[in-house]
Design a protein around this ligand. Structure first.
Ligand code: NDP
Ligand code: HSE
Length: 440
């Protein structure tokens, strides 16, 4: 005898967008219909799919469900839940707001919109008493936002640090393992479909910065937008940087780092630091072994200790898995007449300027190889209050390459040190400057 409870009437689902992710959502909704119904307690019925081009051929997508009238679809009185996988700011924002205003709960994968104007969306969810879930917006298939929002909500998160962009991880991995230069590795990423024809959002760190804002907001219960995130991409990472990292037993990764910065008396009041930039991390660090286009995120919390989340950060099916997980959660809430957790930004912490963030630096200099040069270079660091941890020198005839690794110091002091070095006659070139993380 089956233990399944009798099903309630179907919940009606509207899908906005049917591209890489949307197509997989349609497939999974169809293939897993019976299981999803049993898990929710009601069948999930897809009643419409909004697209830009209705006549485009789409494998496995019922053409009779397609419409170009997205507004009409989200405001249909019989629709219960709206899934948005269009991307970008408009029309996605307007459609989600219309949907919530009409009493629909929403699921979205739209990191760009959440990081730019999450406040408006969360405000609308609160005002209209509906759910907004967005697990797929950060790190694709990896369950990361729900652990932060629910499982770790009783703990105190200090830091979230990880690889949240698969394209840049693929490029840096290729540069490290096959000796390719940046342009060659980018071409390989494009040929494999990781990087888009216009790779700016990935390569310049915009995609990772949006994800960092979402992670920091959830981890620290404070408002963070993409504009608050210090962002540097990987376009200037050279083969020399990669080789220099290798010589130090490190690897170069683009990390998103969200950190709670305590006040000077050690209390947790001062603010948060949220940044995306290339770093050197020791090859022994677990993030160093995240290869190809995979994502991985470290979460450090007071009682839980260190947790690591790893998996596929992009792609149609992995991202659709996260969307379906949210859909089931939202649908269950509908069936039981309840709601998921609302936005939590009560802490109201300032986002600190990058200059106040404490980091370590790796600086590689081409200098004149004569007596007193090392001492004068060391003086520049000392003058800015930056303590040197290690020095390595290699002579090349009249010149020498000097690699200096610092102890932790405010980023502002470190960058002022580098600026002063650039003006010194003894320094022929500042060949590479990169922050060092992961071995404190
Ligand atoms: P695609 O570009 O593949 O698909 C976008 C879809 O939206 C297309 O079906 C397009 O229609 C439709 N669309 C665009 N404009 C409109 C409009 N004005 N009205 C109605 N429909 C419109 O995007 P993805 O599937 O790759 O990404 C979707 C979302 O998921 C984005 O927010 C993205 O950041 C996020 N995401 C994507 C991941 C991935 O690996 N792809 C990973 C994690 C998140 P048409 O088909 O007719 O052109
Ligand atoms: N372009 C992103 C990446 C996937 O390369 O990780 C979507 O978030």
């Amino acid at each position: 005898m089956s233990s399944a409870l009798p099903l309630r009437p179907p919940l009606k689902i509207a899908l906005l967008g049917c591209g890489v992710v949307g197509t997989e959502v349609v497939r999974l909704l169809d293939e897993q219909a019976a299981d999803l119904a049993a898990r929710v307690g009601a069948p999930l019925e897809l009643v419409g799919i909004a697209v830009r081009r209705k006549d485009k051929r789409r494998e496995g997508v019922p053409p009779e469900l397609l419409t170009t009238d997205a507004t009409g679809l989200v405001t249909r009185p019989d629709v219960d839940i709206v899934i948005e996988v269009i991307g970008g700011i408009e029309p996605a924002r307007g459609l989600l707001l219309d949907a919530m205003k009409s009493g629909k709960s929403v699921v979205t994968a739209n990191k760009a919109l959440l990081a730019e104007d999450g406040a408006t969306l969360f405000g609308a969810a609160r005002e209209h008493g509906v759910d907004i879930y967005y697990e797929a917006s950060v790190a694709g298939a990896i369950p990361l936002l729900r652990p932060l929002r629910e499982s770790l909500v009783g703990d105190h998160v200090h830091r979230v640090m990880g690889i949240v962009n698969g394209t840049t991880n693929y490029i840096l991995d290729k540069m490290d393992t096959s000796g390719s230069g940046f342009s060659e590795a980018l071409e390989q990423a494009q040929a494999l479909g990781y990087a888009e024809a216009d790779p700016t959002a990935d390569v310049e760190g915009f995609d990772a910065a949006a994800k960092a804002a979402i992670l920091a907001q959830l981890a620290f219960h404070t408002r963070v937008t993409a504009a608050d995130v210090h962002r540097e991409g990987i376009a200037d990472v050279t083969s020399a940087d990669i080789a220099s990292a290798r010589a130090m037993g490190c690897v170069v990764k683009l990390l998103a780092i969200c950190q709670r910065v305590p006040s000077d008396d050690g209390r947790n009041g001062r603010g948060v630091s949220v940044r995306v930039h290339p770093v050197m991390i020791p090859r022994t660090h677990p993030l160093a072994n995240v290869r190809e286009a995979y994502n991985a995120v470290f979460v450090e919390a007071q009682s839980a200790g260190s947790l690591m989340f790893y998996g596929a950060g992009a792609g149609g099916a992995p991202t659709a898995s996260a969307v379906l997980g949210d859909l089931v959660a939202v649908a269950r809430n509908r069936v039981h007449g309840t709601r998921g957790p609302a936005e939590s930004t009560y802490a109201d912490l300032p986002v600190l300027p990058m200059a106040d963030t404490v980091t370590r630096y790796h600086v590689s200099l081409d200098v004149a190889d004569r007596s007193g040069v090392l001492a004068r270079v060391a003086d520049v660091f000392a003058d800015h209050g930056v303590s040197i941890q290690a020095v390595r020198q290699e002579g090349h005839g009249e010149e020498a390459q000097l690699v200096i690794v610092t102890h932790r110091a405010p980023d502002g002091a470190l960058s002022a040190t580098v600026e002063t070095l650039r003006d010194k006659e003894i320094v022929r070139e500042v060949a590479s400057v990169m922050r060092v993380e992961g071995d404190e």
